[in-house]
Design a protein around this ligand. Structure first.
Ligand code: FE2
Ligand code: FE2
Length: 208
């Protein structure tokens, strides 16, 4: 029988993160795999740019949970294999603020809430624009690393509406200055990513 005096209700972060990855992978169009890949790429870039260990840890968990706000967006919209209406797009965009609000609720996760809020905001471009971005909460370079890793990962991954691409193809797309989606991406981070891809230093599991 369980001894109630020994019960420990503290949740281990890795236990929670593994549960999250499995759940959103199954229910939300492989979001778990995307989250893990984003975290791996972020870590590779951070290592190359000599980011220190405590910050790397923040970035690791910030990257894994950056899209947690999608839990509040209807799965039918996230999994839809059809063109979305403008209202549906706005609902998806809200995941950045939802993510911030979720992570803020947990004492052990509130330090990474800015990753969720800012990962689609690129130095004046992207979203959301209407709030104060908590600039002093986290080193902006860490957010910029996540932003590049998130885009790169999404470009490589298959979706219901597109096939997967390899690293070199994805690099070409993310570095195309004529593509509006790339506006505001940090050039130092993009250069680091280029070096890593050119030297075969990005290795992703699953999908590929
Ligand atoms: Fe996102
Ligand atoms: Fe993402």
């Amino acid at each position: 029988m369980i001894n109630a005096t020994n019960i420990n209700f503290n949740i281990d972060i890795d236990e929670f993160v593994n549960f999250y990855i499995k759940t959103v992978d199954r229910n939300l169009n492989f979001l778990g795999t995307h989250s893990r890949n984003t975290s791996i790429i972020s870590e590779n870039i951070a290592k190359f740019l000599n980011v220190k260990c405590p910050e790397k840890k923040l970035l690791k968990y910030g990257a894994i949970l950056h899209d947690i706000g999608k839990l509040f967006v209807p799965a039918e919209i996230l999994n839809a294999g059809r063109p979305l209406s403008s209202i549906e797009f706005e609902m998806i965009k809200a995941h950045a603020v939802f993510g911030y609000e979720i992570l803020e609720q947990f004492e052990s996760l509130k330090d990474i809430k800015s990753f969720a809020l800012n990962h689609h905001y690129r130095n004046g471009f992207g979203y959301p624009k209407h709030i104060n971005f908590g600039k002093n909460e986290i080193d902006p370079l860490l957010i910029d690393i996540l932003t590049v890793a998130d885009s790169f990962s999404a470009i490589m991954e298959p979706r219901v509406y597109k096939k997967s691409l390899n690293e070199s193809q994805a690099l070409e797309i993310i570095k195309n200055p004529d593509n509006d989606k790339n506006a505001g991406l940090n050039s130092e981070v993009l250069e680091a990513l280029t070096y890593l891809v050119d030297n075969d230093r990005i290795s992703l599991s699953s999908f590929f």
